[in-house]
Ligand binder design. Structure first.
Ligand SMILES: Nc1ncnc2c1ncn2[C@@H]1O[C@H](COP(=O)(O)OP(=O)(O)O)[C@@H](O)[C@H]1O
Ligand SMILES: [Mg+2]
Length: 342
C-alpha cells in the first residue's frame, strides 16, 4: 500500500519480499531476501511496513545512515520488557506489569501478584496477539510452564474501549496526528476500527514518545481507556492497521505521509473529511462483491489465505459514527456470515 500511495511522489521503490508478494507486484524493483545487501546499497532510504524483520538488514541500513525510522525506535519493540521500561521512563501510564525470565517465573508472578487473573505475553516476537495467554483463574493448562523464553506478566485491563492514534513526524521535527480511532480487537487481532474521536492525552503521549525516539515517519500508539483514564498498551514504529482509513478518509494517507517524512519532504494534511471505519478481511481467499455497496475494498493480493491472516480491508465513510457503524455491521455480516473463525 505504501508503494501505491507513493506513486505521485518522485521516487522509485524496491521491495525486499519474495517474488509474487504484494509489494513486488507493484514496486519498481523486487529483491529477494538473499539480495538484502544489494537492496540496501541500491536505496537512498530504507524503511519497513513490518518491524519483525532480520536485524542484519536493519543494522546494515543503519550503518549507512539509511534506516528511517532508526534502530532506536525499533529495538524496544524487540522485547516487550524494554518497551514497557521505555514507556514508563517517559512518564506514560502503562498497565501494572512484571518481567519474567521464563514460563515458571511468569506463572509464579501471575499467582503472587495478580491472583491468577492477568495476561502473560512473550517478551519477544509477538504481534497480532501471537504468544499471549489471557488467564482468568487456574493457569495450569497454559502452555507456558515449560517455556524457557522471557515473558511480561501484566494486569488484565478491564477497559471500556481501545483506541489508537496515528502520528507522523518529519525530519525537521514537525509533528502531526490523525484524530484517534476506536478499535475493536478479538483474540488479540484487530477486527474493525472507526472514528474520529478526540483526546488530548493520546496525542500528547504520542508526541512525547516520537520526540524521545527521534522518530521520523508514521507511527501508532495503542491505548486502553477506562473511565476516561488513558493507559498506553504499546506503540508501533510503522504505518498501522488502525490508520488504513486514511487511504479514503484523510487528505493525505498515513502511507504517503510516511514517505514524505522519510524523504524529508513537507508533511501532508492529516484532517479527515468524514466519519470513517475500517473492517479487516481475515483469513478469506475471496470477498462477497456486495461489500462494495458499503465501502471501498483494499485487497492485498497475498498468495495464500490462512486463518487470522490479514488479506485486505474495507473502508467505509459516513456522515457520522452511527452511519459508519451501520455500514461496518453490514460488511461484517457479509464477510463473516457464520461468525469469525479466529
Ligand atoms: N493487558 C491487557 N488487558 C486486556 N486486554 C489486552 C491486554 N493486552 C492485550 N490485550 C488485548 O490483546 C490485543 C493485542 O495485544 P497487544 O499487546 O496490542 O499485542 P500485539 O502486539 O499482538 O498487537 C490488544 O489490542 C487487546 O485487545
Ligand atoms: Mg497491539
Amino acid at each position: 500500500m505504501m508503494v501505491l500511495e507513493g506513486r505521485g511522489l518522485p521516487m522509485k521503490f524496491g521491495v525486499l519480499e519474495g517474488p509474487g508478494s504484494p509489494g513486488c507486484q507493484v514496486s519498481d524493483y523486487c529483491f529477494t531476501l538473499s539480495e538484502a545487501k544489494e537492496a540496501v546499497e541500491w536505496a537512498d532510504v530504507v524503511t519497513f511496513e513490518f518491524e519483525h524483520v532480520d536485524d542484519g538488514v536493519l543494522q546494515e541500513a543503519q550503518q549507512l545512515s539509511k534506516l528511517t525510522p532508526n534502530l532506536k525506535a525499533i529495538l524496544p519493540k524487540r522485547d516487550r520488557r524494554e518497551e514497557r521500561k521505555l514507556l514508563s521512563s517517559l512518564g506514560l501510564p502503562v498497565p501494572r506489569w512484571y518481567p519474567a525470565e521464563d514460563g515458571r517465573e511468569a506463572l509464579r508472578l501471575l499467582k503472587d501478584q495478580f491472583n491468577n487473573v492477568g495476561v502473560v505475553k512473550s517478551a519477544k516476537g509477538g504481534y497480532d496477539g501471537k504468544g499471549q495467554y489471557f488467564v482468568r483463574g487456574d493457569p495450569s493448562t497454559a502452555p507456558i510452564r515449560e517455556s524457557k523464553e522471557p515473558f511480561v506478566v501484566e494486569d488484565l485491563v478491564d477497559f471500556d474501549y481501545e483506541a489508537s492514534v496515528v502520528a507522523v513526524r518529519g525530519k525537521d521535527g514537525e509533528f502531526r496526528t490523525y484524530q484517534p480511532s476506536f478499535n475493536v480487537n478479538k483474540a488479540g487481532i484487530l477486527i474493525y476500527s472507526f472514528g474520529p474521536t478526540g483526546d488530548e492525552a493520546m496525542t500528547s503521549y504520542a508526541r512525547r514518545l516520537a520526540e524521545a525516539l527521534d522518530y521520523v515517519g508514521t507511527m501508532a500508539v495503542e491505548f486502553f481507556v477506562k473511565e476516561s483514564s488513558v493507559i498506553v498498551n504499546e506503540y508501533a514504529p510503522r504505518v498501522h492497521n488502525t490508520g488504513h482509513h486514511t487511504l479514503d478518509a484523510a487528505r493525505t494517507s498515513q502511507f504517503e505521509n510516511h514517505l514524505r517524512a522519510i524523504a524529508g519532504l513537507p508533511l501532508g494534511e492529516t484532517q479527515v473529511h468524514s466519519a470513517y471505519g475500517t473492517v479487516n478481511i481475515l483469513g478469506l481467499s475471496d470477498v462477497p462483491k456486495e461489500v462494495l455497496r458499503y465501502g471501498r475494498l483494499h485487497w492485498y493480493g497475498k498468495m495464500e489465505a490462512r486463518k487470522r491472516r490479514k488479506m485486505g480491508h474495507v473502508n467505509v465513510l459516513g456522515e457520522d459514527i452511527r452511519e459508519v457503524r451501520e455500514k461496518i455491521d453490514r460488511v461484517l455480516s457479509l464477510l463473516y456470515p457464520n461468525g469469525l473463525d479466529l
